[in-house]
Design a protein. Structure first.
Length: 392
């Protein structure tokens, strides 16, 4: 059915491949196709336009039919965006030529320029390709999260450029040999940015300052070198370090989100399947059936089943059933590969105290039972049995 096809890996990967081919084709078309109207295209370009239009139309229809409730399709932002792109493509590829042919209009007089600009929107489908590669998504999110730190670093670079531009301008602006670099403050700032920060022609600028053979020239060399060490080597490397740290943190967050999503997809179905009363709650026996059926999946997700049972039994001691949402939270907190938080330490302490209390209660019951039996045995013995026991 449409839902199975829309979720199948071959269909998803095939669509991503067609998106890549479409992006490559658009570059070839922009570079080699001089025709303005589709009816004037050469046969290869005409075939490619219709192929991509057919494929993306079928793809959007399959995705629409895959929704159990069709109105949910209009809540999906990506589906609405792809539908808009397909609508524009169908209008340009099929309806506009049909209107031209039926109305017998001269195609050369039509304003096709705006439509060709709208074709650039098709490149936005590459975002779908980026979404399928977690590393790209992580890098983009890391850059967004680090935008404040990046802005602070760039502000520091600007301040360094301005301060050192004033120093260099006051030192060597009167030398005609280097006037093309330091004659004005803006020109000096440009030289510092291009040659001191981006290291464009650092050797040439330093050589001109060195060849001045004056005290001002030597001071200019020292100032320029200090600026390079502060901006290009220190601040920019600090910026790289900040980006790496932020991307690492975002990567861990993305991994946790993927684990949570995979866990929900794998376990949530099992939980609802064993919810016999269909009330969104599970009893102790129903949960044991879930653990038995999903044992391999839980092991793959590094979930500590023993700890999960302990925390679940601790809650079942006070209620007969637990909501599915609570059980999912227990599963998530039972993963063995997540960083330990204070809340999890508190939960572990509670579970340990609860187990200790159970063990003490059990030992107390056994002690009471043993004492009762010993008392009963003592009462059933004949008089003087203690002396006989001592003699023996």
């Amino acid at each position: 059915n449409a839902e199975y096809m829309g979720r199948h890996d071959n269909f998803i990967n095939g669509t991503l491949g067609v998106i890549c081919l479409n992006a490559i084709y658009m570059g070839v078309d922009a570079d080699n196709n001089d025709a303005e109207f589709i009816l004037d295209y050469a046969l290869p370009y005409f075939f490619c336009e219709n192929f991509f239009c057919v494929y993306f139309t079928i793809e959007v229809c399959i995705r629409f039919l895959a929704f159990a409730k069709k109105r949910d399709a209009f809540k999906d932002t990506w589906f609405k965006f792809d539908s808009l792109l397909v609508t524009l493509m169908v209008f340009e590829t099929w309806f506009m030529p049909l209107i031209v042919v039926l109305a017998a209009v001269d195609a050369e007089g039509l304003p096709t320029g705006p439509l060709r600009l709208l074709r650039l929107l098709r490149l936005s489908r590459l975002v779908r390709l980026a979404r399928s590669i977690p590393e790209l998504v992580t890098m983009v999110k890391g850059m967004l999260v680090a935008s404040r730190a990046v802005g602070a670093s760039l502000l520091m670079v600007v301040m360094l450029v301005y301060v050192f531009a004033i120093l260099l301008h006051m030192t060597v602006s009167s030398e005609p040999t280097v006037s093309s670099h330091f004659s004005t403050i803006p020109l000096t700032m440009w030289t510092l940015v291009m040659d001191g920060t981006f290291m464009d022609s650092t050797g040439n600028v330093l050589a001109k300052l060195r060849d001045l053979g004056t005290f001002d020239g030597a001071c200019g060399v020292v100032i320029f070198l200090i600026f390079m060490m502060l901006s290009a080597m220190t601040v920019m490397n600090m910026l790289i370090g900040v980006l790496c740290e932020v991307v690492s943190a975002v990567s861990q967050g993305e991994k946790d989100e993927r684990d949570i999503r995979d866990l929900k997809q794998a376990i949530l179905g099992e939980l609802h399947k064993h919810d016999i009363e269909n009330d969104g709650q599970l009893g102790r026996e129903e949960l044991e059936h879930v653990l038995q059926d999903a044992e391999e999946r839980l092991a793959d997700m590094k979930i500590d089943v023993g700890y999960f049972r302990t925390t679940a039994n601790m809650r079942y001691a006070y209620v007969d059933q637990l909501p599915v949402q609570t059980i999912m939270e227990l599963f998530l907190n039972s993963r063995g590969d997540i960083p330990v938080s204070m809340q999890e330490l508190i939960d572990v302490m509670r579970a340990t105290l609860w187990q200790t209390r159970l063990a003490l209660d059990d030992a107390t019951r056994k002690h009471a039972t043993l004492s009762e039996k010993l008392t009963q045995c003592t009462m059933e013995q004949p008089p003087g049995w203690r002396k006989e026991l001592i003699l023996v």
